[in-house]
Design a binder for this molecule. Structure first.
Ligand code: PBG
Length: 325
């Protein structure tokens, strides 16, 4: 007798019944870029559909996302050049752009989960995620600054702080500082397996945050490496991370599966700016169907083992997923 696996694909109803993986707006986080000013949206050329938004417009965008069922946003600041310095001092300013954005978001949408990025690159005149001293990224000198940044964000109302800097020991430093400041309820999402990737290009355009000298290879993971993730996962778990993130997304699906199978913690993935830009560029040329490729990409990230997906396509995906119900 011929084996007939196609019977399980015969009708849409049967396919719905046997589908193994589910993708909904509730799995998505929308990253947003914030800038100073009022009523201004500055388009980002390499990220069609995304713009740097002033706080008032950021709140409007978050409203739209939340109404579509997207439960969370992450906020990244475009810091004016004159506010950047070698120590990234502006990053710990309680009245800075990110704390103001967080307060406005939580005031307008108390139920929205607000996530903030912990890293020095948008604030640093060197464009690195840690402090540069004598031409080197100084791990240990970076930790107290990163911890103070996280506390400033928590004080403004951030629900989740997300260290993306890849300094050693930063999860423990951030967790301890949050607890000491009375923010034991604030989650830490560790960018646990974050690779030194060229797919971050459009993001660095958006924030003007590219390293002024050198690259990030002394702190972000080598794209050739897989076993090394085991060490990062073990350390971040021991240091108190609540979520573990893999970044970028699709090219690292094997890493997502590894983290999913290694840890019992929730796994997040960042479908990064370059992955979004590739889909947009191909769609603009009429070479790919953006909507279908976006949903397929996100479904594949879920299948690989991601619980939570950070994606610039969150609004579009949420609309598409709702209209299909
Ligand atoms: C930096 C940071 C980066 C991204 C998020 N946080 C870029 C980098 O490491 O240079 C990239 C996100 C994206 O490409 O969408 N701390």
């Amino acid at each position: 007798m011929l084996e007939r696996p196609r019977r399980n694909r015969r009708t849409a109803g049967i396919r719905d019944l046997v589908r193994e993986t589910h993708l909904g707006p509730e799995h998505l986080v929308l990253p947003l870029f914030v800038q100073e000013g009022q009523g201004v949206a500055t388009p980002i050329a390499s990220m069609p559909g995304h713009a740097r938004l002033t706080v008032d417009l950021l709140v409007e965008k978050a409203h739209e996302a939340f109404a579509l069922g997207v439960p969370a946003v992450e906020v990244f600041p475009r810091i004016p050049e004159e506010q950047k310095d070698a120590r990234g001092t502006e990053s710990t300013n309680a009245a800075g752009l990110v704390p103001r954005a967080v307060r406005a978001l939580k005031q307008a949408l108390p139920e929205l989960t607000v996530i903030t990025d912990v890293a020095l690159d948008p604030y640093s005149s060197d464009g690195h995620d840690g402090v540069v001293i004598d031409g080197r990224i100084d791990n240990d000198a970076s930790l107290p600054i990163l911890a103070a940044m996280a506390v400033a964000q928590a004080r403004a109302g951030a629900d989740v702080v997300a260290p993306s800097d890849m300094m050693d020991g930063r999860i423990a430093a951030v967790r301890r500082a949050l607890d000491e400041a009375g923010f034991s309820d604030v989650l830490v999402c560790s960018y646990c397996c974050k690779y030194a990737s060229a797919f971050y290009g459009p993001f660095r355009d958006a924030l003007d945050s590219a390293p002024r000298a050198g690259d990030k290879k002394t702190y972000q993971l080598d794209p050739a490496n897989y076993r090394e993730c085991a060490r990062e996962v073990a350390l971040d778990e021991a240091e108190g991370a609540d979520w573990l993130m893999v970044k970028p997304g699709l090219p690292y699906a094997d890493v997502i599966r590894f983290v999913r199978d290694t840890s019992s913690l929730p796994v997040a993935v960042y479908h990064v700016s370059g992955e979004y830009a590739m889909l947009k560029a191909a769609a603009e040329r009429g070479w790919l169907d953006y909507d279908r490729c976006l949903l397929e990409s996100l479904m594949c990230l879920r299948r690989a083992g991601a619980d939570i997906i950070f994606t610039y396509g969150a609004l579009e995906a949420a609309k598409l997923l709702r209209s299909r119900r």
